[in-house]
Design a binder for this molecule. Structure first.
Ligand SMILES: C[S@@+](CC[C@H](N)C(=O)[O-])C[C@H]1O[C@@H](n2cnc3c(N)ncnc32)[C@H](O)[C@@H]1O
Length: 260
């Protein structure tokens, strides 16, 4: 067990939560103000945007969330700014405890779009990938079964904190569940840690993405994901396009892959 996870274990949750929120304040405050004070293409009121921010913070308090609020607000803002000329659903790949799933379900409701979440609900698939340090210097390893959280727990969190009526759950490994998915996609959020899982998601979701839509990777702090996203041959052979412009790749956890 790492020192970080030991500290997390012995620190009372409210203190740990407070520490996390204070640590990320320099990025979270501008993201929250930007979200709050800018109108979005999907018509949202100031009150609705304020309520979404409050819900994001509450969800992170009650559900173990490995993402930051500024990442989620950037994704929310971009989803709410997709115009009616960009048809399609919101898709999430990688739910973990369902904190991000609950948040996206609320964003999908505001955007008036269907919402689909894909996960094995059994953690990582069998893999031979060797991992290591992220660009932030933390060690990460993703053996088979790690990050496993069952479907009923995730559904329960979405029911409690999000909009479960808008959420369609797709249980199974991406290589089994995604090829049969045919709906148009306006925005997809891929947070799946492994190269093979990211490949499965991009292979299935990119061709379904509407023109003007976007796929987000929240794994771009991992050198193995940076290498994949930077690989011209992957884009050309597997996706059938030239490598898109990926702003911020190599310096941020969060990368947007726009569909022209
Ligand atoms: C980092 S967690 C997701 C975190 C979540 N988005 C959040 O912010 O709370 C990664 C998730 O991806 C799922 N996953 C990874 N590879 C998968 C695959 N090939 N098929 C299905 N699920 C997969 C794992 O089960 C895990 O729930």
């Amino acid at each position: 067990m790492t020192i970080r996870s030991r500290i997390k274990r012995i620190t009372p949750w409210p203190l740990h939560y407070l520490y996390r929120k204070i640590y990320y304040l320099p990025q979270d405050v501008p993201a929250a103000l930007g979200f709050l004070f800018h109108k979005t293409k999907s018509s949202t009121t100031f009150g609705e945007r304020l309520s979404l921010i409050k819900n994001f913070y509450a969800i992170s308090y009650y559900v173990d969330c490995p993402h930051t609020e500024n990442e989620m607000l950037a994704i929310a803002r971009s989803i709410l700014n997709l115009g009616a000329d960009v048809p399609g659903a919101i898709v999430e790949a990688g739910a973990f405890h369902g904190g991000s799933t609950a948040k996206f379900s609320l964003v999908a409701r505001l955007a008036n779009r269907p919402f689909h979440v894909f996960d094995s609900f059994e953690g990582m698939p069998e893999n031979t990938e060797t991992h290591g340090k992220s660009i932030y210097g933390r060690e990460h390893h993703f053996p088979k079964g790690s990050h496993a959280v069952g479907l009923e727990e995730v559904r329960g969190n979405v029911r409690k904190f999000g909009d479960v009526s808008r959420t369609e759950f797709h249980k199974g490994f991406f290589s089994d569940t995604m090829p049969g998915f045919r709906d148009e996609v306006a925005a997809a959020c891929v947070n799946v840690d492994l190269v093979q899982s990211t490949e499965d998601c991009l292979r299935a979701l990119y061709p379904l993405t509407s023109s003007g839509g976007v796929i987000f990777s929240q794994d771009a702090h991992f050198p193995w994901i940076i290498e994949l996203l930077n690989d011209d041959a992957f884009w050309e052979k597997e996706i059938g396009i030239k490598k898109p412009a990926l702003e911020g790749l190599g310096s941020s956890k969060f990368v947007a892959i726009p569909h022209p």
